[in-house]
Design a protein around this ligand. Structure first.
Ligand code: TMP
Length: 217
């Protein structure tokens, strides 16, 4: 089973991936939490290039190709092997992020992005995508609080430096995708209590697992 988490900056994806992986392990499932960009050796280097705010003049095509290159490594080295071994893969972002950030927000042609996804992913698609939704200004505020509280600066704030209007386009892009694929994509209100959000997600995931990948009794 392949589950992805999406949302604007500061929506709490990373925390929710961690909580879900822990809950599933407690039930006896084998889980592989992972993320984009940066889950592989090469991916970590690509992540450093993509998120460094000194690269503010990066061309949209460069940005798009780097995300797809990171994803090509991620799929072949991490995701496919884990799915073949019947593990549950939970990824903090995946291809919807490219459709929304590079497509809806940056304005790159959605048809080209979809072609790239066919090349990189073939038929691979998440079984379930959770979108953590909240207003862009609130998400950005949370993201900057986190960045400021980190002891060592990571320099990974190129996207946080974009205007609120950019992040609002990202949010609207995710909501548009949900309307296109309501079977795969579920939107969760991310403005409330972290543990309550986790419980809502866990109940969606557990009922899907019972259907698709029940534990041996
Ligand atoms: P994060 O790991 O903190 O979520 O940071 C990843 C950043 O990269 C985030 O700002 C969203 C952006 N991103 C894209 O623009 N396109 C993509 O395809 C992915 C995976 C992430």
């Amino acid at each position: 089973m392949f589950i992805t988490f999406e949302g604007i900056e500061g929506s709490g994806k990373t925390t929710q991936v961690r909580l879900l992986a822990r809950a599933l392990r407690e039930k006896g499932y084998e889980c592989v939490p992972t993320r984009e960009p940066g889950a592989t050796e090469i991916g970590k280097k690509i992540r450093a290039i993509l998120l460094n705010s000194s690269h503010s003049s990066m061309l949209p095509i460069t940005e798009l190709l780097l995300y797809e290159a990171d994803r090509a490594e991620h799929v072949r080295q991490v995701i496919q092997p884990a799915l073949t071994a019947k593990k549950i893969v939970i990824s903090d972002r995946f291809f919807d992020a490219t459709t929304v950030y590079q497509g809806y927000a940056r304005g790159y042609d959605l048809k080209v992005i979809r072609q790239m996804h066919r090349i990189v992913l073939g038929d691979l698609k998440p079984d379930l995508t959770i979108i953590l939704d909240l207003p862009a200004d609130l998400g950005l505020k949370r993201a900057w609080e986190r960045i400021r509280s980190q002891h060592t600066a990571t320099g990974e704030d190129r996207f946080e430096k974009e205007a609120v209007s950019f992040h609002e386009k990202v949010r609207q892009g995710y909501l548009a995708l949900t309307r296109e694929e309501p079977e795969r994509i579920r939107v969760i209100d991310a403005s409330g209590n972290m543990l309550r959000i986790h419980e809502e997600i866990a109940s969606i995931v557990l009922s899907l697992l019972e259907d698709k990948q029940p534990l041996p009794r």
